[in-house]
Unconditional design. Structure first.
Length: 179
C-alpha cells in the first residue's frame, strides 16, 4: 500500500480524534457513589499499619539533620505509633505490643515500654518473655522490688529463665563496674 502525505494526515487526524474521544469519555465515566473505605476490614487496616511500620523501620533516613529547625518524628517514633494503632485494633495480639515496646525502648522511653509489657500480662498472664522484660527493665530503673516480684513470678513459671536472667544480670554488673 502506498501512503501519500494526504493519507498520512487523515490517518493522524483520525487517530487524534479517536484518542480525544476516548479521553473525553474517560472523563464522563460514572464515579462510584459508595465510600469504599468503610469496606476495609480491621485486619486489612492492621496489615497496612504493620507495613507502614516496616517501611519506616527500613528507611535509611533516620532523623532530621542539624540546621533543620522543624521537629520531625524519628523512624522509630513512627514505628511505635503505627504498631500502637494496630494493637488498639487487635488488642489480643501480644506480638504487636512486644514490637511497640521495643520501639519505645529504642526511643529511650522505658516507662512506656514497661506499660506495654504489663499490658501483655493482662492478655497473657503467664508470658515468660513479658515477665523477663519487666524484670530486666525494672532492674535498669533501679526498682529492685519490681525486679524481685517478676523473678518470683518467673520462678513459678520457668525456673530456668530465672537462672538465665541472673546470669545476664551478673554479666551486666561485672561489665558496668569495669574501669
Amino acid at each position: 500500500m502506498i501512503t501519500t502525505p494526504r493519507v498520512t494526515r487523515v490517518a493522524l487526524a483520525l487517530a487524534f480524534l479517536i484518542s480525544a474521544n476516548v479521553s473525553a469519555r474517560a472523563i464522563d465515566t460514572v464515579q462510584p457513589q459508595a465510600d469504599y473505605h468503610q469496606y476495609i476490614s480491621e485486619r486489612q487496616t492492621v496489615d497496612f499499619l504493620i507495613q507502614d511500620a516496616l517501611t519506616a523501620f527500613k528507611s535509611p533516613a533516620r532523623i532530621s539533620d542539624a540546621g533543620f529547625t522543624g521537629k520531625l518524628p524519628t523512624n522509630m517514633e513512627i514505628v511505635a505509633d503505627r504498631l500502637q494503632q494496630a494493637s488498639k485494633l487487635e488488642p489480643y495480639r501480644a506480638d504487636l505490643l512486644f514490637s511497640t515496646a521495643s520501639a519505645y525502648i529504642y526511643n529511650n522511653n522505658v516507662d512506656k515500654a514497661l506499660e506495654l509489657y504489663k499490658q501483655i500480662l493482662e492478655i497473657a498472664p503467664d508470658d515468660v518473655d513479658a515477665h523477663s522484660y519487666i524484670a530486666a527493665w525494672d532492674r535498669f530503673k533501679g526498682d529492685t522490688a519490681g525486679t524481685d516480684a517478676q523473678l518470683a513470678e518467673l520462678q513459678q513459671l520457668n525456673p530456668g529463665r530465672v537462672d538465665q536472667l541472673k546470669k545476664v544480670f551478673a554479666v551486666i554488673d561485672h561489665v558496668t563496674t569495669m574501669p
